[in-house]
Design a protein around this ligand. Structure first.
Ligand code: ATP
Length: 735
């Protein structure tokens, strides 16, 4: 027959101070030995290695109690270890090894170690592995000494656990517990995730609003950028044009001003101080000439008077003309003079007059020269005087005429000079007015240039401010082409543009957001996180739902398997019970959930507390017993032996449905009389066909049922020893 348990090795465990090994070769192994030799320690060795956590069930208080404590003959040890070897050729354990060695070690400090085929593992791993093979849990497979009726003493709930364990539902229970734990964790995570999202929400909301504002501001900035670009291009074109125009204008005005100033200088030179002295000089010359003229006149009159006197004297001497001058000669002379003088009457020209005068004089001189020699001596002197005086008169008259002419010329000169000065004055006045006009034009041009410089400065500032505000959104305004109409349109259009730009700037400023890159980044990160959490929440809720499904499914499976298994157990129980008691009836009954049964007012405080602890929907198991030939029934009325028999029947029936790989029974037969011991032995044999049995006993009938016997002895050194024995030997060893 296949044996799941190959061997157990105890080393430093309780009374096994030295390494001892039990190798199982028969389906039923019996361990025998005197009281206190260490048999129960072997059973506890099994408990220990299979992961028992209750110290009490190993008759200890702490881990240290499990370690060989030493004897006078042998010092104590620092570690206790128990090793079991499973035959896994049939994959009893869900692990890919044909042999599985499980070892547990405890140290004096209470530290535990679990090893699976030499590798350290967790307790959880051991329990899970064993549960898969229907080993472990409630420990119904290892019935400790005096614990046979534990199943009777157990609470309905514990009893149910044992049954579930026996039915191999532990694995489902573990899965269910695991799923419940996961569900709980998932619930916590859902709450955490929800609370994280709740925490995140206002921040996200705030950031979203900020980002919306930023986007609005960005749009406004773009708009501003294009408006500003157009405005600046137009402004630049206009300023450049204006600058050129004003420069030209200025140059033209300056040129004109220079020319006018030059002409003014020239005109100024023709008037003023120079002309005055010139006129004064000329006037003094006129005065001088006038003085000389009056002198000449005075002398001319003197000479005329002298001539009159001389001519009177000449007449007085009676000298006839014929006596002095031949008459034809005189007549010719007079004709010639008369002729010349008649010319005088006809001319106004001074020069002609002068030449006539000169001609007349020369005729007179020639006439006089013709007379000399022929004139009478007596009148000679008088005649000469008259001649001299006439000539003098003639001369002075000529002088007088010349002076008059000179004075007239001088006066004309003064008039001319004065006339020229007046003309220059008029021109100056005209020029000065023109200069004033040009100057004011120049001033106006200058003022325009100053104004234009102001505009240029404003323009530069607008460019700077624009770049600072809009940055790259300010498309290059500095293009070569001049925007349409930039040079011809009304300046009011630019003002309109500027006002619209100012309004935009105010809007952007009012939006109150700066660059915003950091905010956008934070928003994206926060949004991503929120989306991640939302997705996580969906995943978590999905996994919670699927866990609930799994749990429900498991509960359903457990419930079905439980009810089905219980039916089988009850069948077996009836059978075993009737065999042991020769009749009667025993069964396990599912209790109604206590919460549902008990009305609140019926419960005292204590009960309520108990129920609070229990799962209100959990239905426990109660044992119903009817002994044959006895009227009374119920567990309470059973004798010690009857209790032992009932529990044996229960334990055995439980292992019928889903036979465990092995069962360890520590003196479960202690309370049985001989007849019942025999029945017990028969049942052991029956059971041994389904499960490997390790039976600790003092009972010969039980020993006889075993295929192999091991004796436990304890020598003087207090160390338990294991040895294989024969039946006869065993009886001796057992005593
Ligand atoms: P019985 O037939 O009376 O039930 P038994 O064979 O089952 O006896 P055990 O109870 O297994 O005997 O062994 C008890 C013995 O083990 C006692 O003598 C006890 O002193 C010894 N023992 C228990 N723990 C230790 C330990 N840590 N170190 C040394 N000895 C120990």
């Amino acid at each position: 027959m296949f044996l799941a348990l190959k061997s157990i090795e105890l080393s430093g465990f309780k009374s096994f101070g030295k390494r001892s090994e039990l190798v199982f070769t028969s389906p039923i192994a019996s361990i025998v030995g005197p009281n206190g030799s260490g048999k129960s320690n072997v059973a506890e060795g099994f408990r220990f290695v299979l992961g028992e956590q209750s110290m009490k069930s190993m008759r200890s208080k702490k881990g240290e109690d499990l370690i060989w404590g030493g004897s006078p003959a042998m010092p104590r040890q620092n570690r206790a270890s128990v090793k079991v070897v499973f035959d896994n050729s049939k994959r009893l354990l869900d692990i890919d090894f044909s042999e599985v060695v499980i070892e547990r070690v405890v140290y004096r400090d209470g530290q535990n170690e679990y090893l699976m085929n030499g590798s350290q593992v967790r307790l959880k791993d051991v329990i899970r592995l064993l549960a898969g093979a229907n080993i472990g849990g409630s420990g119904y497979q290892i019935i400790s000494q005096g614990e046979a009726d534990r199943i009777l003493n157990a609470s309905p709930r514990e009893r149910r656990e044992m049954v579930e364990d026996a039915l191999g539902l532990k694995l489902y229970q573990h899965k269910k517990i695991e799923s419940e734990r996961k569900l709980e964790e998932t619930g916590i995570n859902i709450e955490k995730t929800k609370s994280l999202r709740r925490e995140l929400a206002p921040h996200l909301h705030f950031l979203r609003q900020q980002v919306e504002k930023i986007e609005k501001a960005r749009e406004l900035k773009e708009e501003l950028g294009s408006k500003l670009s157009e405005y600046l291009a137009r402004e630049h074109a206009w300023i450049t044009q204006e600058d050129a125009r004003l420069s030209q204008e200025k140059e033209a005005h300056e040129y004109e001003l220079r020319a006018l100033t030059e002409r003014l200088h020239e005109a100024s030179a023709k008037k003023g101080g120079g002309v005055q002295t010139q006129v004064a000089d000329m006037q003094s010359r006129v005065r001088e000439l006038e003085g000389r003229l009056s002198e000449v006149r005075r002398r001319r009159e003197e000479i005329a008077r002298e001539l009159g006197r001389a001519e009177g004297a000449l007449e007085a001497t009676n000298v006839t003309v014929e006596s002095i001058v031949p008459v034809p000669h005189v007549r010719q002379f007079v004709r010639e003079v008369d002729e010349s003088l008649s010319n005088v009457e006809r001319t106004e020209d001074v020069a002609s007059l002068r030449s006539i005068v000169t001609d007349v004089r020369s005729r007179i001189r020639a006439f006089v020269d013709g007379l000399s020699g022929s004139a009478p001596q007596t009148n000679e002197e008088v005649r000469r005087d008259v001649e001299r005086l006439s000539s003098a008169l003639q001369q002075i008259e000529g002088e007088e005429a010349k002076l008059s002419t000179d004075i007239d010329m001088a006066r004309a000169g003064i008039a001319q000079t004065r006339e020229q000065s007046f003309a220059a004055e008029r021109e100056s006045v005209e020029l000065e007015s023109k200069i004033r006009e040009v100057r004011s034009k120049l001033d106006a041009a200058h003022a325009s240039r100053v104004q234009l410089a102001g505009l240029r400065q404003r323009f530069d500032e607008e460019v700077r401010e624009g770049v600072a505000l809009v940055g790259s959104a300010l498309q290059s305004w500095d293009k070569d082409e001049i925007p349409e109409g930039a040079l011809s349109e009304d300046r009011g259009e630019q003002d309109k543009r500027r006002r619209s730009i100012e309004r935009l700037k105010i809007k952007i400023e009012e939006s109150g957001v700066g660059n915003g890159d950091a905010v956008v980044k934070e928003f994206n990160q926060t949004k991503e996180r929120d989306e991640f959490l939302a997705k996580e929440l969906i995943d978590l809720e999905a996994s919670a739902a699927s866990l609930k499904d799994i749990i429900a499914e498991l509960e359903k499976t457990i419930d079905e398997k439980f009810r089905d298994g219980l039916k089988h157990i009850n069948d077996a129980l009836r059978n075993f019970f009737q065999k042991l008691f020769g009749g009667g009836e025993a069964s396990l009954k599912i209790e109604e959930p206590r919460r549902a049964k008990a009305r609140k007012e019926d419960l005292d405080e204590e009960t309520e507390e108990v129920i609070e602890e229990e799962d209100s929907m959990y239905a426990g198991l109660s044992v119903s017993v009817h002994l044959p030939r006895k009227k009374v029934h119920g567990l309470e009325v059973l004798s010690g032996g009857e209790r032992a028999l009932t529990s044996i029947a229960l334990i055995f029936s439980m292992s019928q449905v889903n036979p465990p790989p092995f069962l360890i029974l520590d003196e479960t037969d202690a309370a049985l009389d001989e007849a019942n011991s025999k029945r017990y032995a028969d049942m052991i044999r029956e059971l041994g066909q389904k499960s490997q049995l390790i039976v600790i006993t003092h009972n010969r009938a039980t020993m006889a049922a075993a295929g192999e016997l091991y004796g436990v002895t304890m020598g003087q050194d207090g160390v338990s020893k294991l040895l294989s024995v024969k039946l006869e030997e065993a009886e001796r060893v057992a005593k």
